[in-house]
Every structure is written in C-alpha cells, then in structure tokens.
Design a protein around this ligand. Structure first.
Ligand code: 13P
Length: 233
C-alpha cells in the first residue's frame, strides 16, 4: 500500500473535484489516495479520495483575518493538511518553527499533517542537501501527538520536469527515516514530491523508504493522476 497525494495548489473548482472523485470511483486500488485542495472545495465533497487542505493557521482562533484554523478544517471534513510546502516557505516566509506550530495545531484537531522539507537549488549546489533535510525534519516535525506524514520535495525539481537520481532520493529518504526514528517517530510514511508523473511513478515508489508520492501538476486531471495511482498496487 502506498500513499498517493495530490496537491492542487491554486487550481481547480468544486465541479472539477467532483469529476475527479467520479473518475477515481471507477478504479480499484489498495493505495490511499488523498487530494489536497483549496479551502473552498473541502466542504461537502465526498468520494474515494480523502480530502486535505494545503495550509492551516498556527493560531487556534481569533483576530487573524484571512486565516483558517485546524478546527475549521476538521469541521469542513479535511483529514489531512500540507504544512511547510516550499511555496509557503518561499512566498510567505514560513520557517521550520512556524511549520512545526502549524503541524501541532493540525494534530490537536485530529488532522494528519503532511510536513514538507527540501532543499533549494542554491543549497543543493552548496552541498547542503542532507543538512537541510535533517534540520527540516528535526525542527518541523512535532515530537509528539498523532500520526504525521513527511514529504521530501527537492524545491529545484518542483514543476521542472526533472527529478533527483534514484540514489539521491534513496539517500534523502533514508536520512529522513533515520531522523524520524531518533525522534521516536519511526515508521511515519515518507512521500517523494516533485515532477512525479505516470512515466516515473513506479520507479520512484520502488526506491527504499519511499512510501508514496505528493503530486502537483499531474494530479489535476484524472488521465494523468490515475496512471500514478495504478503504477503500484
Ligand atoms: P509538481 O508535481 O508539479 O512538480 O509539484 C510538486 C509539488 O509541489 C507537490 O506538492
């Protein structure tokens, strides 16, 4: 069983989500399928894919105009929430500490956080990939609370049509697994994300410690997403 999560980013509509759920109804899979969609599409949705959000406030309630709390996400029916996606880190200045606070809020509402870590091109070129990944996990993953999922997303490969080598993905995921083990979170699923498509999904999910994938662009259309789900049983 693998976890196949889609991140719709700021795309889609309620009718596109209903259409996707309808298409997913037509396939048979043991894999856990999750769709992380914009806030407006969460409530009232149903179908084979569990629904997740893409961000959550680090505050529980109050005067935070424009923010959405973990309790509100739970109330709307979200089971998962992506925290610390590189686009949030890049455009909204989210640090590991903020990401951990958000993950803690999700856990307190019974929502599973999908916590993203990954290096920029500059960090990769400076030979800092493993250092950034390890500190990302240590500082962003809450030490206790319910289940978490970690996603390794090399930032330079997102939407770029390129991926790290299998060996580099294996090294990153092994380090994440070891770090989680040391934190008392051994066995938490670790997803790979960045330029996953039908053509590379099976190979990527055969790499040790890759428990599934977090898919951006190729999760928007069922013709692209279903082959990823069916790439592994
Ligand atoms: P792409 O699959 O479009 O590269 O996006 C990856 C991503 O950011 C998923 O969260």
């Amino acid at each position: 069983m693998k976890i196949i999560a889609g991140n719709w980013k700021m795309n889609g509509s309620r009718s596109a989500l209903a259409e996707m759920q309808g298409a997913l109804d037509g396939i048979k899979t043991e894999n856990r399928v999750i769709l992380c969609v914009p806030f407006t599409m969460i409530s009232g949705n149903s179908g084979p894919a569990a629904i997740g959000a893409q961000d959550v406030s680090m505050h529980s309630h109050g005067a935070f105009t424009g923010e959405v709390s973990a309790e509100m996400l739970r109330d709307a029916g979200a089971k998962y929430v992506i925290v610390g996606h590189s686009e949030r880190r890049m455009y909204h200045g989210e640090t590991n500490e903020i990401v951990r606070n958000k993950a803690e809020m999700a856990l307190s509402a019974g929502i599973t956080p999908i916590i993203c870590v990954g290096e920029t091109m500059e960090e990769k070129d400076a030979g800092k990939t493993l250092e950034i990944i390890e500190s990302g996990v240590r500082e962003s993953v809450p030490s206790d609370g319910g289940d978490v999922i970690v996603a390794y997303e090399p930032r330079w490969a997102i939407g770029a049509g390129i991926t790290p080598t299998d060996d580099d993905i294996a090294a990153a995921h092994t380090l994440i697994a070891e770090t989680l083990e040391k934190m008392g979170r051994g066995g938490a699923p670790i997803l790979y994300g960045a330029s996953v498509k039908g053509a590379n999904a099976a190979q990527i999910m055969s790499i040790p410690h890759v428990d599934g994938v977090l898919v951006g662009g190729a999760s928007l259309k069922s013709d692209d997403f279903i082959p990823i789900i069916m790439a592994t049983k």
